[in-house]
Design a binder for this molecule. Structure first.
Ligand code: NAD
Length: 475
């Protein structure tokens, strides 16, 4: 079946074709690749909620793509266009994503058909709690089997409600807090989870630009500084990605695309000004110091160095792929490029850093949160002051052996940085994870006679690891 508007393959088919393309580069028994590719189960639920005296019936799904490792992990999406094939496609991506970044989870995803903006916070709470109850009582939410997280349309708030529903249902489960990740820090969440996807993308781009021979393929040079960047979607992922790239790496954000249109300024937009305007007005139209483009999708085709789709799937299709001018596309969203468009862009020489790797920062830090919850202690709590003290002792030793006086600023910089806080540890673990995965993907890209693209190499990496797991474990 194809996407009727552009004749492209739909999201799930696109993911499956990308999987098949990777399998063709491998020597894998057919039955094993079928087993890895298949979605193991999909649960659909309809449930009623009383809203303003009326009964509304909601439809939601939880797909478990793989359980070769447990728990299965994946976000819950709230959007009007959620459907079964989308949830299955997202669950499959979770399986491959976890394998690529060595997070020992299976893949899952949930979705609910709802426009969250149409309901008050109290109503969303009521709907979320009922959805969570329906899933939890059937084992589709559990710290050991199936752990949700935020996705499009959901955030910390929903995760806190879901955790509370599970706790009430299973109050004797000492690990109840680990049943969902992306919680507020005060509810057992972890510092750095909200920023995780954006931070991960920053680390990936830094690593990419550390390899001049890779950068050369795109026709660019140098590093992130002054690169013209366009982002589509200014939610959690889009905001944090652009904030870090602009503030910390000198990238120039020239266009931001949202549902109502795009703002464009060749000289660069101030992320903090745009976010303030967007949060106040719930739209980009009217933002000063920028040109407004009513049909935001057209802004995907503007001249830039790096295009970051961070909204939703099937945004670059065979309809607009040949007009995309960005030499590098970074898939922050899941599935923003259809299989058909992927082939067109590859033909043009566009470098695509693929979703299965690019947005894995979210699940990586979710993994850290899950470990923190199971160990019932914040990272760094035991050793931070000990490390600081060790730093002080080293300074004292240096002063006495070298007979010098180290100035207070240097002393402070050294002792402060020697005791890592939770956020430092999370960022360090995320950076290491992203770099390690980049190296592994590159190794696969270059190991055969044929040079593979990043997406195919990332899929090969994931499939190899999962296949190895099945073979060792026994199917
Ligand atoms: P979000 O709800 O915080 O933000 C999404 C933003 O995109 C919203 O501002 C929305 O208005 C905008 N948007 C939606 N459709 C659009 C369109 N057609 N054109 C322009 N803008 C549009 O969601 P998020 O958490 O930032 O997720 C964005 C993407 O990143 C999704 O594909 C999601 O699956 C993926 N992702 C998110 C996480 C996470 O931890 N939040 C992790 C991995 C992947």
């Amino acid at each position: 079946m194809t996407n009727s508007k552009y004749g492209d393959y739909r999201f799930l088919e696109s993911v499956e074709f990308m999987f098949d393309r990777a399998v063709r580069e491998m020597n894998l028994p057919q039955g094993l690749s079928n087993q890895i590719k298949a979605c193991k189960s999909v649960f659909r639920i309809q449930f009623p909620v009383q809203i303003d005296g009326r009964i509304e019936v909601f439809t939601g799904w939880r797909a478990t793509h793989s359980e070769h490792r447990l728990p299965a992990k994946g976000g819950i999406r709230y959007a009007l266009n959620v459907n079964e094939q989308e949830v299955e496609a997202l669950a499959a991506l979770m399986t491959y994503k976890c394998a690529i970044v060595d997070v020992p989870f299976g893949g899952a995803k949930g979705g609910l058909i709802i426009d969250p903006q149409k309901y008050s916070s109290e109503q969303i709470e009521k709907i979320t709690r009922r959805f969570a109850l329906e899933l939890a009582k059937r084992g589709f939410i559990s710290p050991s089997r199936n752990v949700p997280a935020p996705d499009l349309g959901t955030g910390e708030r929903e995760m806190a409600w879901i955790a509370d529903v599970y706790r009430q249902l299973f109050s004797t489960d000492i690990n109840h807090i680990a049943t969902v990740t992306g919680k507020p820090v005060s509810q057992g969440g972890i510092n750095g989870r909200i920023e995780a996807v954006g931070r991960g993308i920053q680390y990936i781009l830094r690593e990419f630009f550390r390899h001049p021979e890779e950068v050369k393929k795109s026709g660019l040079s140098g590093n992130i500084e002054s690169k013209k960047i366009i982002v589509q979607g200014f939610g959690n992922v889009g905001y944090h990605t652009t904030k870090f790239l602009a503030k910390e790496d000198g990238g120039k954000i020239i266009a931001i695309i949202e549902k109502d249109g795009a703002v464009y300024n060749e000289q660069g937009l101030s992320i903090e000004n745009v976010v303030e305007y967007f949060q106040t007005n719930q739209k980009l139209e009217g933002f000063p110091d920028a040109t407004f483009i009513k049909d935001g999708r057209n802004a995907l085709e503007l001249e830039c160095d790096i295009l970051i789709p961070a909204a939703t799937e099937s945004q670059i299709t065979s309809n607009n792929a040949d007009r995309i001018k960005a030499p590098i596309v970074v898939e922050a969203a899941n599935g923003p490029i259809t299989y058909n468009a992927d082939e067109i862009l590859k033909e043009k020489g566009t470098v695509i850093l693929p979703d299965v790797y690019v947005n894995a920062g979210g699940v990586t830090v979710s993994y850290f949160e899950w470990i923190k919850n199971l160990s019932h202690i914040r990272f760094g709590r035991l050793e931070r002051r000990f490390d600081e003290l060790k730093g002080e002792k080293i300074i004292n030793l240096l002063e006495s052996v070298l007979n010098v006086t180290i100035d207070d600023d240097m002393k402070k910089a050294f002792t402060d940085s020697s005791g890592a806080a939770e956020l430092d540890l999370v960022r360090s673990g995320l950076d290491d994870t992203m770099r390690q995965a980049f190296q592994e993907i590159m190794e696969i890209m270059h190991r055969g006679e044929k040079l593979l693209d990043y997406r195919t190499a990332a899929y090969v990496l994931a499939i190899e690891k999962i296949a190895c797991n099945y073979l060792e474990m026994g199917i």
